[in-house]
Design a protein around this ligand. Structure first.
Ligand SMILES: [Zn+2]
Length: 312
């Protein structure tokens, strides 16, 4: 089977825990992705909310240098992809296609020029905020109801011009609609679920039906998050919870926008989903429970692939 995933924190965990990318006990190791006939992964470099200004950029740089070294050491199996053509060629050569992202616009430290540095480094996706506030906008756990700042509007404009993907996961609702309003091209929520779960984390992070309809209308993409808190409560966070999410998205007409953004190595997941090697089992379960093969091919790979080829 083919698989494309819009969000993992594996690059950061390899750096923090000093673990190799090929073989490790994280959610993702390259050696465990041989189960896929094609596999593309957005590797995000997460910027913690405690890191701001120069410290944020320095942290990004350290994680990136470490991850580059890991990719180089595994060059027979994985390659960075900066545009749709590289993505196509890498997958044809049966390597893992790695797209670089940054989770948290705090990395810019309020400087537009830093966006050029990121682009030159190969970063092709940026999540505008994490949970808190930064120079660009307000995160989903912000205590203010602010939207994009004037600097944030400049960032969104520049990202649009340079074809860097704009990711609204973690952004508060007001910021989401401001982004939708000022963009002329599709954007994505790389790892966000539908707001059908009632715990406080899910309420803050998941998308309303109206937000989902907006992404559908603008030909955006939405990655289903496997984080237990965002899928359900009291352990009801396994395959069935993913099925509930998919059924809800399909009811809203998201069949051509839906993908995965598993959040591997960035969250706690149910034991049945505890690693990328379980993805084929999830696929089989969904197929047995009413999602058609055609829909699954779209959700597990084709929608995300078409989105990246069209927008990178
Ligand atoms: Zn996240």
């Amino acid at each position: 089977m083919k698989f494309l995933d819009f969000h993992c924190d594996t690059a950061g965990e390899c750096y923090l825990q000093k673990k190799p990318l090929w073989e490790n006990d994280l959610h993702i190791s390259l050696s465990r992705t041989a189960c896929f006939s094609a596999y593309a992964q957005v590797f995000a470099i997460w910027i913690p909310d405690e890191k701001r200004g120069d410290a944020a950029f320095a942290y990004y740089h350290n994680v990136l240098e470490n991850f580059r070294k890991e990719v180089q050491e595994n060059a027979d199996h994985i390659a960075f992809c900066k545009d749709g053509e590289e993505l196509q060629k890498t997958l044809q050569s049966e390597k893992v296609a790695a797209v670089l992202g940054v989770e948290g616009g705090a990395v810019l430290g309020g400087s537009l020029e830093k966006l050029d540095r990121l682009y030159a480094d190969g970063v092709r996706l940026m999540t505008l905020t994490w949970n808190g506030d930064n120079e660009i906008a307000r995160g989903c756990f912000s205590e203010t109801n602010g939207g994009l700042t004037p600097f944030g509007r400049q960032v969104v404009d520049k990202m649009q011009n340079m074809r860097m993907l704009i990711d609204v996961s973690h952004l508060n609702e007001r910021g989401f609609y401001e982004v939708a309003q000022c963009l002329q091209r599709p954007f994505l929520a790389s790892h966000s679920n539908a707001k059908i779960v009632d715990n406080p984390y899910a309420v803050a992070r998941n998308l309303t039906d109206e937000q989902i309809r907006t992404l559908v209308r603008l030909y955006g993409c939405i990655g289903i998050n496997l984080c237990a808190d965002f899928l359900g409560n009291d352990g009801d966070t396994g395959f069935d919870a993913v099925l509930r999410q998919i059924a809800h998205f399909l009811d809203l007409g998201a069949e051509d926008c839906l993908a995965f953004g598993c959040d591997f190595d960035g969250c706690t997941v149910h034991e049945t989903l505890n690693g990328i090697e379980h993805i084929p089992e999830l696929y089989a379960y969904l197929l047995q429970h009413g999602i058609s093969e055609r829909q699954l091919q779209k959700i597990f790979f084709e929608n995300g692939y078409a989105f990246l080829v069209a927008n990178l």
